[in-house]
Design a protein around this ligand. Structure first.
Ligand code: WT7
Length: 648
């Protein structure tokens, strides 16, 4: 990335020191950085001791067959025991593990003692269905407690799960069942979405028809809708699970025993089955959840709004919070059902103290208006988290001001399905935060920014984010494809993990994520990050959300083309486009001024909330649209195309 252009970009001067009270009582202080810097492996060995091991490990890292890592290899443990039983044994059986809130408003409160009984019964039921250690189980469920119970039951049996997001099609499900060779599928009749029951079982039936290997389908009754039934294969959860004993003795597994496979689509090729294992994964999700959210399990109420179908739900709904004995909210539905204040109503109702969500959701709330969260009591909140994409500084500021009472620290956590747990983030009791920056590697993590030749860039310069040392929760391989693991992550820079993200270091050496490297534009010889132009647009009071792409241009190689969603109330008046172009030029310099700006009603997003810039590039370059099957709502593209002539 050319440095002179970067120097102009995004001069963010705002700074927010940690609240004094939080800093005084913080779980983790600045000493953790020093300790980890002095002895990285010793630091992780100590974090591993936060868990209960049947056989404590004497080894920490075995990197002799790099980049295939083994962590804590001679240790043995059971993940479900760590997430459930040990809390009950420690006298915390009456603590609420899960406050479930269904979209229609039904609720369920599950204590750790109840969770232990439910997980035990489910493990017994899976055993009756023939599931043994090492067998893969596919989970295709809505956001109901059974999703977490099913994951824990699999972990308890040492049967790796493969959770498939409930919004995915039969096709996507079939591919994943086949690749993981899962013989049991756990699903539901349906779940509630936007006020209506939405069926799941038909997609399972269709997927199974295509991949002839599934012996049993375990079906949760959630909505009560009609389902087709195959007596020799399908079994109701309430029939088989309810009649099991609620006693089950967990067996310890090797630290490197597979815990789960989670598929990540990426931009090209077939989905990659990211493999995570037991001891290192649990160590890092547990430590980061404790450190980055400053979790006090006796008093905090944690809420991660992700779906369990994504890695965020695996690490910060299922395994991180439960391993720490947290009380958490699990919400089934969408943020705007039945009204746009539903999330804030939930925060108020349960007294949520720590909220973890994604920039896309924050921007949606900005668009709906400040008055909506203002109607609720959000004073319980004390730490806010963000994950999934770079958070634009203005969205960060809005989150802090309107959700965090202008006082709450925000932790912008950078990580990936592949990294398993958080890697870069401020610490809420230590770091002076900067809006829009994930800032620095967590204690025990080694990351930096390098140029094309793998040389570390100086402060103030940009390049590629790399991880320079192995970490406990790293992916171990791509399921069934070691070569692809090597090619994808370890071949671009010798000996370093290539994350695929562009990043820059500011003058203090703090790291700013700039989006996927495929999203960097080349304009008249300058590399310009889509993220920075988007952030400049979102910093304009009339813009709620922006997506920027580089479209092929005969004069400038690429021309910047922006799609913007206006804030509630803002008009698409005459001079607005000119005003926005001037605004970007003022913030980032004339080189970053978009050639075209198109106000639109919606942006194309993947089901995990990431903007699909590839499709916008198709539009900007007047091409037929590529594959739209992973879009949340493909009608969005028709709406955008309908607006085109006015912008050309
Ligand atoms: C990609 C990984 C990690 C759980 C959810 C996404 C982007 C993620 C941030 C952040 C800037 C971020 C990166 C990364 N990303 N968090 N805080 N700041 N970018 O998991 O689907 O595997 O996506 O999400 O581009 O590579 P994922």
């Amino acid at each position: 990335m050319s440095n002179e252009s970067l120097a102009n970009l995004l001069k963010e001067e705002r700074r927010f020191p940690p609240p004094a009270d939080l800093a005084t009582h913080a779980n983790v202080t600045a000493a953790a950085y020093e300790q980890a810097a002095a002895d990285r492996l010793g630091f992780w060995a100590e974090q591993a001791r936060r868990l209960s091991w049947a056989t404590p490990p004497t080894q920490t890292l075995d990197w002799s067959n790099a980049p295939f890592a083994k962590w804590f290899a001679d240790g043995r443990l059971n993940v479900a025991y760590n997430c459930v039983d040990r809390h009950v044994e420690n006298g915390l059986g009456d603590r609420v593990a899960i406050h479930f809130e269904g979209e229609p408003g039904d609720t369920r409160t599950i204590t750790y003692a109840e969770l232990q009984r439910e997980v035990s019964k489910t493990a017994n039921a899976l055993t009756e269905l023939g599931v043994r250690a090492g067998d893969r189980v596919a989970i295709y469920l809505p956001m109901v407690p059974e999703a977490v119970i099913a994951m824990l039951a699999c972990a308890r049996l040492g049967a790796p799960h493969s959770v498939v997001f409930g919004g995915f099609s039969a096709d996507a499900l079939a591919t994943r069942i086949e690749d993981a060779d899962a013989q049991v599928v756990i699903t539901a009749d349906g779940g509630y979405r936007r006020g209506k029951p939405s069926a799941l079982k038909p997609a399972v039936d269709e997927a199974i028809e295509r991949v002839d290997r599934v012996r049993h389908v375990l079906v949760v009754r959630r909505t009560g809708q009609e389902v087709a039934w195959n007596d020799s294969r399908d079994v109701w959860w309430h029939d088989i699970v309810e009649r099991q004993s609620d006693q089950h003795t967990p067996e310890a597994f090797d630290a490197e025993h597979p815990l789960f496979i989670l598929y990540t689509s990426g931009t090209t090729g077939k989905p990659k089955g990211i493999l995570h294992t037991t001891g290192g994964y649990l160590t890092q999700v547990s430590y980061t959840h404790h450190a980055v959210f400053d979790l006090k399990p006796e008093t905090d109420v944690f809420w991660c709004t992700a779906d369990v179908g994504w890695v965020t739900g695996h690490s910060y709904i299922a395994y991180g919070p439960l391993s720490n004995g947290a009380t958490q909210v699990l919400y089934e539905g969408t943020p705007d059902t039945p009204h746009q204040g539903r999330w804030w109503e939930i925060v108020q109702k349960y007294g949520v103290t720590i909220l973890y969500t994604a920039p896309t959701a924050i921007r949606a709330c900005m668009k709906w208006g400040d008055d909506i969260p203002a109607k609720f009591d959000l004073s319980s909140l004390r730490v806010l988290g963000s994950v999934g994409e770079p958070i634009n500084p203005e969205a960060w500021m809005w989150y802090r001001k309107h959700i965090g009472a202008d006082a709450t620290p925000i932790v912008d956590t950078w990580w990936q399905t592949e990294t398993g747990a958080m890697m870069l983030s401020p610490l809420p009791g230590v770091t002076e935060t900067k809006p829009g920056s994930a800032q620095m590697p967590l204690p025990g993590i080694a990351a930096t920014v390098v140029d094309d030749d793998a040389n570390e860039v100086p402060d103030g310069a940009g390049g590629y984010l790399v991880l320079t040392e192995p970490w406990p929760s790293m992916l171990r391989t791509i399921w069934g494809d070691d070569q692809r693991y090597l090619d994808t992550y370890w071949s671009r820079f010798e000996g370093k993990y290539f994350a695929g993200d562009g990043a820059k270091k500011d003058d203090d050496g703090d790291i700013w994520l700039l989006g996927r490297v495929d999203d960097v534009m080349l304009v008249s010889g300058h590399n310009i990050s889509t993220t920075e132009v988007e952030s400049a647009l979102v910093s304009h009071p009339k813009v709620a959300e922006a997506a920027v792409v580089g479209a092929t241009d005969p004069q400038t190689t690429q021309a910047i083309c922006a799609f913007v969603i206006l804030r509630g109330g803002a008009d698409e008046s005459e001079g607005l486009v000119e005003e926005l172009r001037a605004h970007v030029a003022k913030h980032l310099g004339p080189i970053a001024k978009p050639k075209r700006i198109l106000p639109v009603a919606e942006l194309p997003k993947t089901r995990s909330g990431k903007i699909m810039r590839r499709l916008l590039r198709d539009i900007a370059e007047n091409r037929d649209l590529g594959d739209v099957t992973t879009l949340t709502d493909s009608s969005v593209m028709d709406l955008i195309q309908a607006k085109l002539p006015s912008a050309a």
